[in-house]
Design a protein around this ligand. Structure first.
Ligand code: C2E
Ligand code: MG
Ligand code: MG
Length: 715
């Protein structure tokens, strides 16, 4: 089959189809008739060239007669093998061939614009409509070509004038340059040279004057951009880079330019501008720095840490041999240090701690300050759990060394939550959440320790949140009650006073005991409003009994660490005493040894203040903690309460009875009274009496009971 003929036949068929279509329309319309003639005319006379080609062999099988007009070659030349490649613009031929091939292989229609070169060596822009024709035997490409050179010229001149205009506008404050690429001479305006600190005469006119000053780290990038533009791949040249100033420092510039190409597509000339963007870069750099680093310690902040974590997660997923660990570190009791010693001391402490932590980590690890007194370490290339444990121990050890800030010794331990990536995390936030849970667990277990995260902790954390919610409600709905447990004098056998013990009357669960909810209240800070409620309540209760004739009754109130460390605690108690009229001598503060040991200086100061106004200080659960009698001398302590665990075993365990009698004797020597708690039977009661214990408290005398029952014990 002759393809030339086939295409021709196809065209004629198309026109005939059109004819038939027009004629078939009822009442043949004059306008349509006109259209038909118009199409025929286009095909014959306009610059529309039908063509057909064997693209594998680069051979035209058919071109319309109009082809001669478009490039100036006679039609017979078009049928020579390789004519198409030879006369297509060198920069376009590869792309065109590739698109032709793709169109052919995929059996699709396509439209493509590219350049041909005329016999007179002029560029002719064509738009080519391509489709595939298939017969039983063969498959060919065919289509139409339209000369769109005029349209392209207008487009280009518009673009050029737009770009020139932009350059002129920016030129006012910019340095300008005009580069004759063939001669390699550049004209730099005085402003260009001035920007680099030079007088007009101090800089020559070759491209080295420019390129040799570009910062080594930026040079490759600039050259790449430039080459890509000179090859015609980008419409503009544009680059931001550092260039050497006469002063020896680098300034940031933005250089923009456009090349002018000759008919062969070679860049012959290029011109552009140079803008000083140093200030913008400084601001950008500062902003970037500020957004990623902590101001006080200069360590990465949470944003940067999360980003590093993301990278760690990605790396661990790609490389099975890589693993990492995360340590979430919180300073213990930082708030108290801040409150009692001032922010300046607090800041210095954080800074010193950050330096110590920095000394522990390797170059691949990241130490960040997440906020407040919270730090985090991303430990890279972790070998195993022993490696992480050793590291955590090291961190704990260095944190325990005392720090001297403004001539004051401050000791701040740390609680650490640990995560090993073995749990296969996807999100940094999940890692931080679990590390935080583990860190809180470390705090709950007595601080100054580390804890690896376990899944069960997450459940505990949820339970804690629920309990926190419930406690808030309990406070609002006044579900708390005070039960009073009598304390009797072993000398007179009379009720000397009571210990106030808190109960939560839960609407569904009944009484909930303090061991269950006090730690949560302590953890969440709710202990403060709850504790204040207790103080007010018991003071007015005892005062009302005193006024009813039971003079001199005392009330023992338990204080947790958070309550004791509260800033305005002393003034709060003072106010309540004044408001209720209760004498300070009747108020006993029960604190444990561990509370007082947390910050010896602070404890001594506060206890002295309390003691000075007449309040009695009682050390609760004595024997279970440090049990250091030496420090008792240091604090103004009035009473020791021997822990019930010793009292329980008094008569079964000779060791315990000796301890109890020794404590009593020693305390008396220091002029301190002694209470024994947990007295459950007469034998214990008698033993204590015989050993000169001052007071007893326990189920043998009375359980903790509501006020209406307690008042009956007073007789
Ligand atoms: P605690 O101050 O050592 O109180 C003594 C605990 O021993 C009380 O437990 C009391 O009911 C119990 N107890 C008293 N006598 C006996 C006895 O003969 N045998 C036995 N087995 N137990 C006896 P409770 O009421 O459950 O209180 C537990 C802890 O909760 C208290 O220990 C105290 O540390 C804390 N707590 C209670 N009320 C408050 C409060 O209002 N504020 C604060 N911060 N803590 C409180
Ligand atoms: Mg107590
Ligand atoms: Mg106790």
């Amino acid at each position: 089959m002759n393809f030339k003929k086939q295409t021709k036949t196809r065209l004629i068929q198309k026109i005939e189809e059109l004819n038939r279509e027009i004629e078939s329309l009822s009442g043949i319309d004059e306008q349509l008739k006109g259209q038909k003639e118009f199409y025929e005319k286009i095909l014959k006379t306009a610059n529309v060239i039908p063509w057909e080609m064997d693209c594998e062999n680069d051979l035209f099988l058919y071109v319309g007669e109009q082809a001669e007009k478009i490039l100036g070659y006679p039609v017979k030349d078009w049928y020579k093998p390789g004519f198409f490649s030879k006369n297509t613009y060198p920069g376009d031929i590869d792309t065109v061939k590739a698109i032709f091939k793709h169109t052919f292989n995929e059996d699709i229609d396509n439209i493509l614009e590219f350049r041909l070169v005329s016999k007179q060596k002029e560029t002719v822009w064509v738009r080519c409509y391509i489709s595939v024709i298939k017969t039983e035997m063969c498959k060919r490409l065919s289509g139409f070509m339209i000369d769109i050179s005029e349209h392209k010229k207008i487009e280009a001149s518009l673009r050029e004038s737009e770009e020139r205009f932009e350059l002129a506008i920016n030129g006012a404050n910019d340095g300008l340059w005009d580069w004759d690429i063939e001669q390699d001479t550049i004209f730099f305006t005085p402003r260009w040279k001035n920007m680099l600190g030079y007088q007009d005469s101090e800089i020559g006119n070759n491209s080295e004057e420019w390129f040799s000053r570009i910062n080594r780290n930026d040079k490759n990038r600039v050259v790449e951009e430039l080459e890509s533009h000179l090859k015609g791949s980008s419409r503009h040249f544009q680059a931001e880079y550092r260039i050497l100033h006469k002063s020896g420092t680098y300034i940031w510039v933005l250089t923009r330019g456009i090349a002018f190409f000759n008919e062969e597509g070679k860049a012959t000339r290029m011109a552009g501008s140079q803008t000083d963007i140093s200030e913008r870069k400084i601001v950008e750099g500062q902003l970037l720095h500020d957004s990623l680093y902590d101001e006080l310690t200069e360590l990465p902040n949470r944003v940067l840490f999360v980003d590093r974590l993301k990278q760690g997660i990605r790396r661990a997923k790609e490389d099975a041999s890589y693993d990492f660990a995360v340590l979430l570190i919180d300073l213990d009791r930082f708030k108290i240090i801040n409150d009692s010693m001032g922010y300046e001391v607090g800041d210095k402490l954080l800074l010193k701690m950050s330096h110590r932590l920095e000394a522990c980590i390797g170059s691949e690890d990241t130490l960040a300050r997440l906020g407040g007194d919270e730090f985090a370490i991303l430990l890279s290339s972790v070998k195993d759990i022993i490696h992480v444990t050793r590291f955590a121990e090291l961190v704990l050890k260095i944190s325990m060394l005392p720090i001297v800030v403004k001539k004051q010794r401050v000791s701040a331990t740390m609680s650490i939550g640990l995560i090993l990536n073995k749990l296969d995390y996807d999100k940094p936030d999940d890692i931080l959440r679990d590390a935080e849970t583990a860190m809180y667990q470390a705090k709950n277990e007595g601080r100054a320790r580390y804890k690896f995260f376990k899944n069960s902790m997450r459940k505990d954390a949820i339970k804690l949140l629920k309990m926190e919610d419930d406690l808030h409600m309990a406070l609002e709905r006044q579900e708390f009650e005070i039960h009073y447990q009598a304390i009797v004098s072993l000398l007179t056998n009379k009720v000397e006073g009571f210990e106030a013990l808190l109960r939560w009357k839960h609407p569904l669960r009944g009484y909930i005991y303090p061991d269950e909810f006090i730690p949560v209240a302590e953890e969440t800070g709710l202990i403060i409003p709850i504790g204040e409620w207790v103080i007010k309540k018991v003071c007015s209760q005892i005062q009302s009994w005193n006024e009813a004739g039971h003079e001199g009754l005392t009330i023992s109130v338990n204080f947790s660490a958070r309550q004791f460390e509260r800033k305005n605690m002393v003034s709060f108690i003072k106010n309540v005493l004044t408001e209720t009229g209760l004498s300070p001598e009747c108020f006993k503060m029960e604190i444990t040894e561990s509370v007082t040991m947390r910050n010896l200086e602070y404890s001594r100061k506060i206890l002295r203040e309390l003691s000075n106004i007449g309040i009695k200080i009682l050390i609760d659960d004595f024997g279970t903690g440090y049990s250091s009698l030496a420090y008792l001398k240091w604090f103004p302590i009035d009473i020791l309460k021997i822990d019930k665990s010793f009292v329980f075993e008094l008569l079964n365990n000779s060791g315990d009875s000796e301890i109890v009698s020794a404590i009593i004797a020693m305390a008396h020597r220091l002029n301190i009274r002694v209470i024994a708690e947990g007295v459950e039977d007469i034998q214990q009661f008698e033993f204590l009496k015989k050993n000169n214990c001052d007071y007893a408290q326990g189920y043998y005398i009375s359980k903790p009971i509501p006020s209406y029952k307690a008042v009956k014990l007073l007789g």
